[in-house]
Design a protein around this ligand. Sequence first.
Ligand code: UDP
Ligand code: MG
Length: 326
Amino acid sequence: MSENLLAGQTTYISVIVPIYNEEDSIPGLCQALLAVLDLLGRPFEIICVNDGSSDRSLEILRQETTLRPELKVVSFRRNYGQTAAMMAGIDHASGEIIIPIDADLQNDPEDIPLLLAKIEEGYDVVSGWRKDRQDAAIRRNMVSRMANRLISRISGVHLHDYGCTLKAYRRDVVKGIRLYGEMHRFIPIYATWMGARVCEIPVRHHQRQFGKSKYGLERIVKVLLDLMVVKFLDRHFVKPIYVFGSIGITSLIISFLGTVWMMWLKLVEGVSMILTPLPLLVAMTFLVGVMCILMGLLAEMLVRTYFESQQRSVYLVRETLNLETK
Ligand code: UDP
Ligand code: MG
């Protein structure tokens, strides 16, 4: 537990707001968040992460912070994207419960108490579900519904809406997590894989009032590629040679069968090898096979460097009894 120096109390809730060019939304957002959090009567902080805004966002945040010490700002030198902004927020948060929310007021701060109630029921992650999403029907809502279904299928973690920023996490689930690319939406998946209890509740969603969305359709490609990485890292991170090696060995077997077939054609049927595509096939599959196995060995070396240089363990312990956690 960490001290909230200003209030002299332990911070309970850390709200994290990624902000990129949202100058018109900020005053209303701060007001709405403070109203909800003040009512809860628990020590809190609001960490606004200015993700290299080129408008007056930082200036407005500066004004707001002079009024309330609970408002804190981390300001990036340039635009690094929403995932990086969320990570900076998590790194600076001292609360027991971490709640990210969009700055554009599309999420409703009034839903925070609902998320909190679920966390207090004993869940480690509560994910918001924009059941009645107020964005472009086909370009956003339909595409996102399909993407969500795919993510749910591939990850085996069944949520309706991974993309909703409004979620609540117990601190130990997200502290120390490293996020890249579009991966903030996969935190519930990581968390489930690490043994956390995850649930989902419907949250309100409003149309954007000010400014415009920072994303287009290109995000979907990034999300799908990240999904592949996440899935690969989950399954095979510790033993990459199993993936590369299996592909390599399959390829070598095909190469061997091709050679046998080629020989048989030549010796038994008297067909010249050059008239078939077999020599090419054999050479290609042989090369692919050898390369895959070598790449697998290389990946194994990387994994060892990762674990050993950071003194990480390949397992995670939830608790120990009569024993110091190592
Ligand atoms: N955002 C950010 N950095 C970026 C893009 C977006 O911090 O590079 C913030 C943005 O200010 C907003 C949130 O991420 O608070 C969600 O962005 P947006 O509303 O554009 O996404 P949408 O709701 O359209 O999915
Ligand atoms: Mg938005």
